[in-house]
Design a binder for this molecule. Structure first.
Ligand code: GCW
Length: 721
């Protein structure tokens, strides 16, 4: 190929260059397009390719994007390159009204390129502006194509096109908690996308759109089935269906993984035991894995929930988690597959603080796992609460690669009803310093492998997708799918940048739209924390469906009771996890343990997580704990009220369909924020015996009224599925 790759500088013929420059200023000021007011159902997610209405801006892009070269070392075509061509053709013709000339070429590829990385450069080739997307592998080209489209969709300046990017984490997975019945555990957007009964014959075009959406943000793996696993997915009739999905996803760089039910050898194999040290069991799994690879040659591996919440596991046979994981790992290793063994384990019969149990169980096993095993903790030690400290296992298992699991679906943050943009929550975890190998050993660097020099790395997000036309239920909830992918690719991105990109692509570049929507996205998680679980409170939601407040619940198994977690009494509120209490704080590196374990040093956002604090204890504001608690609940309500107002101003600036849907949801969120506030404050007041401070609205109903609310058939609730 006879071209010169331009890295940082943009070379364009002078005339074109000046024309471009004059247009760049306009790029930042998108103007409301007539098209923007068209009804939209949200199906296209952030991959909307409507014509850029601003003519000079459109022309500026069109002038440089008419010719695209896709360059790989061989230059040979593939389904992945075809997908890149299709996407560029659809995207650029939609956005710019041009039919780009797209060619394949071989190129000298930068050896420093990571496997999935890409470079996008502009150059003048035979005096024609050409954009070149270069990569070591065709999947890098596809990622580059999506990046190029993103730049155009978000109105980014043209010289940004000289970019080199590579993902920081190797395995970027969605974990679907989808059942073979098509119900989705903790799913709030309809049924499972996988139509098992129609498969393998009918391949819903939606599978391709799912793959496109995932690839556009760099997701490269999909665990199709729930961690509360059904062994039947490992049988031949289902493997044929799995293979069909894998075939659809493959061109988009997405590998399929499955959940492995530990008792499968008994349930579907006819064996009398699933003991991982039994050679017959080992042989069964080996044969089963060989069979899976015959259907899916690039199968990714198994995700396993074992000895947790009633799931079978190696401890049923008095074996360790390492024994169980290693048996599966040995079966997968010859094929290059991996095991992601979840660390979400706790047992009501273990007397210790539930928040300590995963660490107690897994830390001693460090160094005992096969190289192709990941241990997968959730972001926090408990269970996807609106706020938790980072999981103490991060940094504590240097000899084991750890995969971070976050929850995209909003089990504890208002399902698909409440707006809660989760990038700030995940960033909080990723940016937490474990101090495992000195300052700067952030969770992000533990999981990307750089702290402990692991070659493989993984991150997983529990998906919020379903058959709802708009994929995620709430029209703004797709922002969380998007944010997960973007952070999995590059954990150094800011929440602000991600919110900005998503809003521009999903709605409009109009600053009058971008500004208010990004503002509410960025404030939303903290607002939810405030009206649900401020100051480190956790696990005080209603039973089973987890929707709405239930701080009074005390009749379940002990470690499921909200009263176990908040410990309200006449003296104060909060779980003492300091050295004087359960000393969960002591599971962190000494510097972190000192901060969390000391009431005077502990961040107020986690105060009641780590300490039992007297009601009249003075906080930084000078107010008592009680007053501050009340004001946090009120602040959450106030924030949601502001969104209701801000949203009203968007009428006519965005399409009516999504406008009206979000408006309805925000109004409900405001009502339910008050429900949370009133129910929690009335309940805690029975212990604090203090009045509500000025500025806090009086509750609308009595405590008994709130205690009497029993919701039925909340989507995603396993017991009602
Ligand atoms: O929080 C709990 C959920 C369960 C889930 C479990 C887990 C899949 O309520 O529905 O089961 O976490 O993560 O395994």
């Amino acid at each position: 190929m006879r071209h010169r790759l331009v890295n940082d500088s943009l070379y364009l013929p002078p005339l074109m260059n000046s024309r471009l420059c004059s247009c760049l200023g306009l790029l930042a000021f998108g103007i409301l397009t007539p098209g923007a007011a068209r009804a939209e159902d949200g199906y296209r997610l952030w991959l909307r390719y409507d014509r850029i209405a601003d003519e000079p801006q459109r022309a500026a892009y069109a002038a440089v994007l008419g010719q695209v070269v896709l360059a790989t070392p061989t230059g040979t075509d593939s389904p992945t390159l075809a997908a890149a061509r299709d996407e560029l053709m659809t995207g650029l013709s939609g956005l710019l009204g041009i039919k780009p000339h797209i060619t394949l070429d071989s190129s000298v590829v930068n050896a420093a390129f990571a496997e999935e990385g890409y470079n996008i450069s502009l150059l003048a080739r035979d005096n024609v502006n050409t954009v070149v997307i270069t990569a070591n592998r065709d999947i890098g080209v596809l990622y580059g194509a999506f990046a190029l489209l993103r730049y155009v969709q978000t109105g980014r300046p043209i010289n940004d096109f000289a970019v080199t990017e590579a993902p920081k984490i190797k395995r970027r997975l969605l974990n679907h908690w989808d059942n073979l019945t098509r119900t989705v555990e903790r799913g709030y957007a309809g049924f499972s996308l996988w139509d098992w009964f129609a498969l393998p014959d009918y391949r819903d075009p939606r599978y391709t759109d799912y793959a496109r959406a995932c690839a556009s943000i760099g997701i490269n793996g999909s665990v199709l089935t729930s961690v509360n696993a059904n062994a039947l997915v490992l049988t031949e009739p289902f493997l044929v269906k799995v293979a069909a999905l894998a075939d659809v996803f493959r061109p988009y760089g997405i590998r399929v993984y499955l959940t492995a039910r530990f008792s499968a050898p008994v349930e579907i194999g006819g064996l009398s035991t699933a003991d991982p040290l039994d050679p017959v069991v080992q042989a069964w799994w080996k044969a089963k894995v060989d069979e899976i690879y015959r259907y899916v040659p690039d199968f990714g591996g198994f995700l396993v929930k074992a000895n947790s919440e009633g799931q079978p596991g190696p401890q049923d046979y008095h074996r360790t988690h390492a024994d169980g994981a290693n048996m599966l790992a040995d079966a997968l290793a010859p094929h290059g597959g991996i095991v992601m063994w979840r660390a979400f384990v706790y047992d009501q019969h273990v007397p210790d603080d539930r928040a300590k149990q995963a660490f107690n169980e897994f830390k001693p096993l460090d160094g005992m796992f096969r190289p192709n095993v990941f241990v997968q903790p959730k972001n926090g030690p408990l269970d996807f609460q609106p706020r938790e400290p980072f999981h103490p296992l991060f940094g504590a298992m240097p000899r084991t690669p750890l995969a971070l699991e976050v929850q995209i679906t909003q089990e504890y943050l208002g399902s698909a009803v409440h707006l809660a943009f989760l990038a700030p929550m995940w960033k909080e975890c990723l940016d937490s310093d474990t101090f495992a190998a000195g300052a700067g050993s952030t969770v992000a660097r533990v999981i990307d492998g750089s702290v402990d020099r692991h070659a493989d790395s993984a991150i997983a997000g529990v998906a919020n997708t379903g058959t709802d036309r708009n994929w995620c239920g709430h029209p703004l909830a797709a922002a969380n799918w998007y944010a997960f992918g973007r952070l999995a690719w590059d954990h150094s991105l800011s929440s602000g940048q991600i919110a900005d990109e998503w809003t521009r692509m999903t709605f409009s570049n109009d600053p009058q739209v971008v500004q208010p929507i990004t503002k509410m996205l960025l404030a939303s998680r903290e607002a939810v924390v405030n009206y649900m679980t401020p100051l480190g409170l956790h696990h005080i939601m209603a039973t089973d469906h987890h929707y709405g407040p239930g701080p009074w619940v005390d009749n379940l198994r002990p470690d499921w009771n909200p009263v176990y977690y908040h410990r309200a009494d006449a003296i104060g509120l909060g779980f003492d996890r300091s050295p004087a209490g359960s000393n969960a704080a002591g599971q962190y590196a000494p510097l972190v343990a000192k901060v969390y374990g000391d009431l005077a040093l502990c961040p107020e956002s986690l105060l009641l997580w780590f300490h039992h604090v007297p009601w009249d204890h003075q906080l930084k504001s000078g107010r008592t704990l009680w007053d501050e608690l009340c004001l946090h609940y009120q602040a959450g309500v106030n924030e949601v009220r502001m969104w209701v107002e801000a949203w009203a101003a968007l009428e006519g600036r965005i399409d009516q369909e999504r406008f009206a849907h979000v408006q309805t949801l925000l109004r409900r969120q405001e009502r339910e924020a008050r429900w949370w506030r009133d129910a929690c404050l009335l309940y805690f007041q029975t212990y604090s015996r203090r009045p509500l401070p000025a500025g806090v609205e009086p509750p609308e109903h009595t405590l008994d009224y709130y205690k009497g609310i029993h919701l039925r058939y909340v989507p995603g609730t396993p017991s009602e599925q």
